[in-house]
Ligand binder design. Structure first.
Ligand SMILES: Cc1cc2nc3c(=O)[nH]c(=O)nc-3n(C[C@H](O)[C@H](O)[C@H](O)COP(=O)(O)OP(=O)(O)OC[C@H]3O[C@@H](n4cnc5c(N)ncnc54)[C@H](O)[C@@H]3O)c2cc1C
Length: 460
């Protein structure tokens, strides 16, 4: 088969791939972008955007329910129909990517709808939707931006049931009467709270001892307490056993007992399939979980990897950040290399859990001279004024030997927005004495950072 010549092949036009491919095309390179599903990837169609539309709707319902006792009377009748419609109509164009494809080709990119495989260094084959095969030879190289898929946990019985992942959950046309959520990480926690606030009886099953296992323990404990008050049954430290489906209900074995629900959501992580992508043909390990990329996103000779596939933080902002670095490297434009010290993450539950950098445990594991400070939001001025829904805290982690923050968690109303100041402090290594002398507006939520700094000074 004759090879089509191109400068760069970008495999996967999700968040990272679309950004990289578009920018390279705008810079005048001949770019071939290959996408097997939807240009834009997981984030706009199945992840960040639709789930945040769901979160926004659930927050509105809950804020309205907080009116009694603070602002009068309110009768709230949640209705999923406008949420489902907004996702279908406004956010995803009924899961159609024509606008995104046009955006890419409008920048001069060459679009191929198909499944790509690396067949040799610098060579990619695409099996297109109409069954044809096209082969490409990339003069400058290949960018791998294939993201991840929902992982199927190895629980007996699960695979033969019609369980949901995030991809089905965002397409829900009605709220199930009851739901078991496998996995209490960010994805499971966000979706669990949304459906519970719209009336589903929800159980969250998490094998680790706490919700949000990767976050500070205080975050998972806070969320479990809030979820408990909202009627969500949290089963932390409970690995799910055999699962069955009788045509109407799922049954999950949980320790000594069982749980049953109309719907089951699998939110236990993500998987990659590097062997299927043919990375071995480019000299990489096909059995690895992720592709190791250096600080310029180089994964080999004429090979770059960006986004979730690099395994260093599965976030849209990370995929965009890495895309920028790879583009600059391919174009020989120079500029800063990757620096992940101040990687932010936000779990959009209510309260929002924002985090940056290292947790206290991660700092200690690295042998750093860790000191922490923590303050509870309800005892801050703004927290007291806010009253209903004021749960939250700010925790800061300091490398005491350098007097700089290396990590922080901001949980509470707008916790993800409050996080920005802490991200700046970690990123720029602002000395803690400088943070102490700043003026924090009264009465904001972020003013609690000052209280956390006072707690740090108290030597905890
Ligand atoms: C429920 C949920 C909520 C989330 N919410 C947030 C959030 O609020 N904020 C945030 O920052 N992140 C969030 N994320 C994470 C975010 O969606 C991902 O980090 C982001 O989409 C990663 O971008 P990517 O470009 O690496 O991969 P993807 O967006 O997954 O894109 C990869 C693309 O590659 C294509 N592809 C794969 N293999 C091939 C192949 N062989 N040939 C051709 N094409 C291929 C896929 O079809 C896909 O379109 C969320 C994730 C989930 C699951």
């Amino acid at each position: 088969m004759a090879h089509e010549q191109t400068d760069v092949v970008v495999i996967g036009l999700g968040v990272g791939g679309e950004e990289a491919a578009g920018r390279l095309a705008e810079a005048g390179l001949h770019v071939t972008g290959i996408e097997s599903r939807l240009v834009g990837g997981e984030c706009p169609y199945f992840a960040c955007v639709p789930t945040k539309i769901m979160v926004r709707a659930a927050d509105l319902v809950t804020e309205a329910r907080r009116i009694p006792g603070m602002a009068g009377a309110a009768a709230v009748t949640p209705d999923w129909a406008p949420v489902a419609l907004r996702i279908r109509d406004e956010a995803t164009d009924y899961w159609d990517d024509k606008v995104a494809v046009d955006r890419f080709t409008g920048k001069g990119g060459h679009f191929v709808r198909g499944r790509a495989t690396i067949t040799a260094p610098g060579e990619v084959t695409a099996r297109t939707d109409d069954g044809a095969t096209r082969a490409f030879r990339a003069r400058r190289g290949i960018v791998i931006a294939t993201g991840t898929d929902p992982a199927v946990p190895p629980i007996p019985g699960l695979e033969s049931t019609p369980y949901w992942t995030n991809r089905e959950a965002v397409q829900a046309e009605r709220v199930p009467e009851s739901m078991i959520v496998l996995g209490g990480g960010p994805v499971g926690a966000e979706i669990a709270q949304v459906f519970a606030r719209f009336g589903a009886r929800v159980t969250v099953v998490e094998a680790a001892p706490r919700l949000l296992p990767a976050a500070e323990p205080e975050a998972g404990e806070l969320l479990a307490s809030v979820f408990g008050h909202e009627g969500i049954d949290v089963r932390a430290g409970t690995p799910a056993g055999r699962i069955s489906y009788d045509g109407q209900r799922f049954t999950v074995h949980l320790g000594e007992g069982t749980g049953a629900a109309e719907q089951l959501l699998g939110a236990t992580g993500r998987r990659t399939s590097l062997a299927e992508l043919g990375v071995a043909a480019a000299g990489l390990d096909g059995y690895a979980r992720a592709i190791a990329a250096d600080e310029r996103m180089r994964a080999g000779d004429g090979l770059w990897a960006i986004g979730d596939i690099t395994g260093v933080g599965a976030f849209t902002h990370m995929a965009m950040y890495q895309a920028d670095i790879a583009v600059r490297d391919i174009l020989g434009a120079g500029g800063p290399a990757a620096d992940y010290r101040a990687l932010p993450a936000v779990t959009f539950t209510d309260p929002e859990i924002g985090s940056v950098g290292l947790t206290e445990a991660q700092g200690r594991d690295r042998g750093l001279d860790v000191r922490t400070g923590i303050t509870q939001l309800p005892s801050s001025s703004r927290g007291w004024i806010h009253k209903a829904g004021n749960d939250g805290f700010i925790k800061i982690v300091e490398d005491a030997s350098r007097d700089v923050l290396i990590g922080a968690t901001s949980a509470g109303p707008m916790g993800g927005e409050v996080l920005a100041a802490l991200v700046l402090a970690v990123h720029a290594e602002v000395p803690v004495p400088v943070l102490r002398t700043m003026i924090y507006a009264y009465p904001t939520f972020h003013r609690a950072i000052q209280d956390a700094l006072r707690d740090l000074a108290a030597g905890r």
